[in-house]
Ligand binder design. Structure first.
Ligand SMILES: Cc1cc2nc3c(=O)[nH]c(=O)nc-3n(C[C@H](O)[C@H](O)[C@H](O)COP(=O)(O)OP(=O)(O)OC[C@H]3O[C@@H](n4cnc5c(N)ncnc54)[C@H](O)[C@@H]3O)c2cc1C
Length: 177
C-alpha cells in the first residue's frame, strides 16, 4: 500500500494529548483527540468519523483500569463521562436506567434522593471496592465483581443494555443468560 505522506505529516505535527490511568499512572499515552459526547447522537457521530478517517478509537470511562486498555497511541479517546444522565427510576422494582458514563456517586444519589427526604429501601448489591469514580460503562465492560465473591458478576444486576454503534442501535436482554 503506498504511503500517504500528507496524513503522516498531519499526524506528526498535530499536538499530542497526553492521558494516563487514574490509579497507577503507568499508562501514559499520546492520543490525538478526546471527544466528550453528551448525547448518544454525539457518540455515533464520533464512531462514524473515526471509521471514515480510518483512525483507531478507544473508549474511556473513569480511567481506572490499570492495563491501559482505554488508550490507543495516536487514536481517538472517547471520554464517556459526560454521558451521565439518569433516564428513569422504577421505585417499585429498584430499577435505574442510566447512561454509560455515569459514575457511582451519581448512581447512588439517584436512588437515595427521594421526595421529602423519605427513606430509600434500595442499595447496590455490588460495586468495585477501593474507588468510587468509576463508570457504569466501565463496570459493564469488565463485568466487575464486588467484595461478596458468592454474588454473580455485574451482568447479573443488569436487565438490558443498549449498545451504541456508529450506524445502528439496539437493546440487549441481559436476563436471557
Ligand atoms: C482502585 C480500584 C479498585 C478496583 N476494584 C475492583 C473490584 O472490586 N472488582 C472488579 O471487578 N474490578 C475492580 N477494579 C477494576 C475496575 O472495575 C475496572 O477497571 C473498570 O472497568 C474501571 O471502570 P472505569 O469507568 O474506570 O473504566 P476505564 O478504566 O476508563 O475503562 C475500562 C475498560 O472499559 C471500557 N469502557 C469504559 N466505558 C465504556 C463504555 N461506555 N462502553 C464500552 N466500553 C467501555 C474501556 O474501553 C476499557 O476497556 C478496580 C480498579 C481500581 C483502580
Amino acid at each position: 500500500m503506498p504511503r500517504n505522506h500528507d496524513s503522516l505529516t498531519a499526524r506528526r505535527i498535530s499536538p499530542a494529548i497526553w492521558v494516563n490511568d487514574t490509579h497507577s499512572g503507568l499508562n501514559r499515552t499520546a492520543v490525538s483527540r478526546v471527544p466528550e459526547p453528551r448525547t448518544v447522537v454525539d457518540v455515533a457521530r464520533v464512531v462514524r468519523r473515526s471509521r471514515s478517517e480510518g483512525r483507531p478509537l478507544a473508549v474511556a470511562g473513569g480511567r481506572h483500569a490499570m492495563g491501559g486498555q482505554q488508550f490507543l497511541s495516536g487514536g481517538t479517546m472517547l471520554d464517556m463521562r459526560r454521558l451521565k444522565r439518569v433516564r428513569g427510576f422504577d421505585d417499585e422494582r429498584g430499577l435505574l436506567e442510566v447512561e454509560a458514563g455515569i459514575q457511582w456517586p451519581d448512581v447512588i444519589r439517584a436512588y437515595l434522593t427521594r421526595p421529602g427526604g423519605m427513606y430509600s429501601p434500595w442499595g447496590i448489591r455490588q460495586k468495585q471496592t477501593g474507588a468510587d469514580r468509576l463508570t457504569i460503562g466501565g463496570a459493564v465492560a469488565a463485568n466487575i465483581h464486588g467484595r461478596g465473591l458468592t454474588a454473580p458478576p455485574f451482568i447479573g444486576d443488569l436487565e438490558s443494555l443498549e449498545p451504541i454503534g456508529g450506524l445502528e442501535r439496539g437493546t440487549c436482554d441481559c436476563s436471557a443468560g
